[in-house]
Design a protein. Sequence first.
Length: 654
Amino acid sequence: MCLTFWLSQLCRGLPRRIGRTTQPVWDSLSRNLVLSSQRRIPEFSSFVARTNTCGELRSSHLGQEVTLCGWIQYRRQNIFLVLRDFHGLVQVVIPQDESAASVKKILCEAPVESVVQVSGTVISRPPGQENPKMPTGQIEIKVKTAELLNSCKKLPFEIKDFVKKTEALRLQYRYLDLRSFQMQYNLRLRSQMVMKMREYLCNLHGFVDVETPTLFKRTPGGAKEFLVPSREPGKFYSLPQSPQQFKQLLMVGGLDRYFQVARCYRDEGSRPDRQPEFTQIDIEMSFVDQTGIQSLIEGLLQYSWPNDKEPVVVPFPSMSFAEALATYGTDKPDIRFGMKIIDISDVFRNTEIGFLRDALSEPQGTVKAIRIPEGARYLKKKDIESIENFAADHFNQEVLPIFLKANRNWNSSVAKFIMEEQRLELIRLMEIQEEDVVLLTAGEHKKACSSLGKLRLECADLLEIRGVVLRDPALFSFLWVVDFPLFFPKEENPGELESAHHPFTAPHPSDIHLLYTEPEKVRSQHYDLVLNGSEIGGGSIRIHDAELQRYILATLLKEDVKLLSHLLQALDYGAPPHGGIALGLDRLMCLVTRAASIRDVIAFPKSFRGHDLMSNAPDSIPPEELKPYHIQVSWPTDSEAEKSALNHPHHPES
Ligand code: ASP
């Protein structure tokens, strides 16, 4: 079969909207899962004790003798039993005649969630007893033999998707939680997408899948790394935050096009959408520029995208970092809705409103605003209060939101200080309509924008709670953010610089001269990929010149170059120009499946506080086992322990 034929076949699947998955998982998955090279769904019953899966049986199987293995989902009046496997549910008729007493006993006595094997004939359900909601609802199994493979004790929770359970309990019994249709769907879809990504990268574009070490050494800059003790006194490995150095070294090694489904580690403490270990689709290419990487990723996502989701439209739009910050107040804008930030400094040049006048008298002072369409209609008094509280809690004094209803009587404590011409100019600039609310803030450009950016999202949440549809949940809105600065001032010491991406990122060719005079003004060849307001990937064209790399590390970033001597040396031995990117697979899957949390697309995730609630890792080690590592625990004193307990108040582990 020619390549173009099967390519067009693969891309053919018509996009369909589906909501959150209910059972059966299989219907929507099977639309995606077609082995591209053979055009058929996989064989699920090869090599095992069953002839068929529970979920696959239809009227076309009538009369067939089948053997099924599955879990008892429920039993009705000792007459019917519903058997479940990953593929779906099927109804089994428990035989009632004396001759089948032993079969009846097994099927009636086995507790729910016991695992059984049954053999029998596929028969039609009696007229009127069909269940159109069940894909197997036309048929049932007339059982001849049954075997209890393993019994199930009383469960900590019912294996039914609609039964509510805390996340801590789900994580403690993760192996049971995985039996849910939703988790089955999430993990299977993830596997399918990764498979298609491999196919696209390796088979269609000649990439090489290379595994790189996870026992490595500490690297300068970036996220905090986990340490692994070694048997040599005082020497530690470090778990890499990404295979960054290795993938660049592979380019020096002539591998030319590398990819890896790479496990990465960052010891960054608890954040709701982060995990201490996570997975990236890690990519590096030689002789490539920014547009090359972007086209590759657009093709990769389009190719691997599930057929039953809204399709990926390429090319993705692109926005500079400066524009993203000025318009959306963030480097990861959600462009599915407007409410853009507008600079209204000129309207208030001669204002009597104190905090605006004060802000504008500062060198970088600005006044900015966003317009909440129909905000006055949808937002309740308590919503406005919650926005005010949010602003007060999250931003310092310089940012003050005020609320101006756009009708004749502008409803704000400062309304009387806004002159008629200012009002008209504001209405013109911001296209204010009756019933809108305007949120206004003043301060230094970056600070004012990022505060409004957060308020914009907060307002969007509130409006959606009130029933306004702002962000179509079925839509996938990708965006490239480009032209980042190469450096940011360090938060804790603004006189010093840190890399905006990482220290191996190449400067923008037209800004290189500024490196030696005004490094803070240099733009970089760094690009981020944003999906619906979440960063799902990032990468850069790299520095392949050892001299330039050394200058940036040592002179501008004040890093210890000795730690990177292997990389600097490698660059000196004919390193090709190269660049790459990494996609955060967990976050991507979380958005694709519309999961509530990143933990819902990972088989065995860590809790919010980095614990494995199932096995209780991290766990203590007896002192004698620490001896070979020359390590001693310095136990916290009582007062230190108390302090730490205060910093980490008891909250649900999730
Ligand atoms: N290693 C980078 C990261 O993990 C991605 C890249 O630059 O390719 O963010």
